[in-house]
Design a protein around this ligand. Structure first.
Ligand code: UD1
Ligand code: UDP
Length: 358
């Protein structure tokens, strides 16, 4: 059986890192990289530190408007699929690369498997929401992380027989990274729980005004506790172009490697983020997580009180963080909330594909 996996961004590389070696061993497997992420710290670094092999095809598409970006990816992916003629194309998540991979396969009538299907923020203003819905609806095999995602798909009319609840591949990836961590190498000046970790990169949060509001609140909070903020390159551009002022105790770094990031996460007092992947990892590693968004695809974690949906209002962020800094029990309550953790997710995906197609 021949499988083509399409990847393109940091989270896809990370979340598929445990699955790609399994596919290599068990199938005739080709990896296609769309080139959506291309800077060393957003791309290559993860191949190196997660011991991933080189991709079979990698495109050089320039960052541009979404339609040109998706169009360029599709033209390139189509050429590969016409040559390779795979039995199945595998995509993950909700990015433009995910959409380009699935749409191209669909036009060529090649079967599609979608990993992390069914998650919904119910906000159609988000490009990721539209991408994920479209990919779900042209996929033949849908792997969901949980029952909520399964139910979302069933409600949208997708045949239950095609949906498989397997759990979340980021669990495999992040537990593996935690095992690989060399704790001694972690910066010794970073005393455990002495800082807050922050990431911000969503389109909505990186408009100049919205980013200024978020940074204003972080500047205020940083007067009480150190904040470490590895800055996504989209966010970096907006910060630089708008000369946004940063306090000394708000420490901005370049995007960092996965093992370092997981190290910073497990040692932090809590994390504030708009990242989908970081919300999941925080729950898996039992780190309290405040979500800098008005909605989330990981609603279940909010419902059980594991993560808090904080929003992006400057005053609300500052007040809530001040409150929890003065009330350690709030953080302890979040740490005490249990989430079921399914491991072996990548293997479950492999066996399901094998059972269906072989
Ligand atoms: C994309 C995904 C988002 C995901 C994120 C993961 C879409 C619509 N969005 O957003 O869902 O959460 O990846 O990080 O697919 N840039 C670089 N070098 C890089 C990558 C990006 O300089 O390697 C800069 C470029 O200026 C680029 C901008 O960041 O224009 C945005 O990159 P893009 O891939 O379009 O979107 P992300 O914000 O990364
Ligand atoms: N991450 C990383 N280095 C960083 C920031 C994040 O390795 O400096 C990892 C993080 O652990 C998670 C993934 O990148 O696995 C999340 O990617 P991102 O936030 O860019 O995308 P999203 O998950 O929101 O789509």
């Amino acid at each position: 059986m021949k499988i083509v996996t399409v990847i393109g961004t940091r989270p896809e590389i990370i979340k598929l890192s445990p699955l790609m070696p399994i596919f290599d061993k068990e199938f005739n497997h080709k990896i296609v990289h769309t080139g959506q992420h291309y800077s060393y710290c957003m791309d290559r670094i993860f191949f190196e530190e997660l011991n991933l092999r080189k991709c079979d095809y990698a495109f050089n598409i320039a960052s541009s408007t979404p339609a040109s970006q998706i169009g360029d990816m599709m033209r390139n992916i189509e050429k590969v699929l016409l040559v390779e003629k795979p039995d199945l194309v595998v995509v993950q998540g909700d990015t433009n690369s995910t959409l380009a991979g699935a749409l191209t396969a669909s036009k060529l009538q090649i079967k599609i498997a979608h990993i992390e299907a069914g998650c919904r923020s119910f906000d159609r203003g988000l490009p990721e929401e539209i991408n994920r819905i479209l990919v779900d609806h042209c996929s033949d095999v849908l792997f969901t992380p949980d029952l909520t995602a399964f139910n979302n798909l069933v409600r949208e009319g997708i045949n239950q027989d095609n949906i498989h609840i397997v759990g979340n591949t980021s669990t495999d990836a992040c537990l593996r990274a935690k095992d690989l961590l060399n704790w001694k190498e972690l910066d010794e000046s970073l005393e455990k729980q002495s800082y807050i970790l922050v990431t911000v990169h969503r389109q909505k949060n990186t408009s100049p005004n919205n980013l200024k509001n978020i940074i204003n609140s972080l500047n205020i909070i940083s007067k009480k506790i150190k904040i470490i903020f590895p800055v996504h390159l989209r966010t970096r551009e907006v910060l630089d172009e708008n000369n946004i002022e940063i306090e000394d105790n708000l420490i901005l770094t370049d995007p960092i490697g996965y093992k370092d990031f997981i190290g910073l996460l497990v040692n932090s007092k809590f994390v504030m983020t708009d990242s989908g992947g970081v919300q999941e990892e925080a729950a898996i590693l039992n780190v309290p997580c405040l979500i800098l968004r008005d909605n989330t695809e990981w609603e279940y974690l909010v419902e059980i009180g594991k993560n808090v949906l904080l929003g992006t209002d400057e005053k609300k962020i500052t007040e809530h963080v001040n409150y929890i800094l003065n009330n350690e029990s709030e953080l302890e309550n979040m740490r005490n909330k249990k989430v079921p953790i399914k491991t072996g997710v990548s293997k479950a995906i492999f066996y399901t594909i094998k059972n269906i197609y072989l």
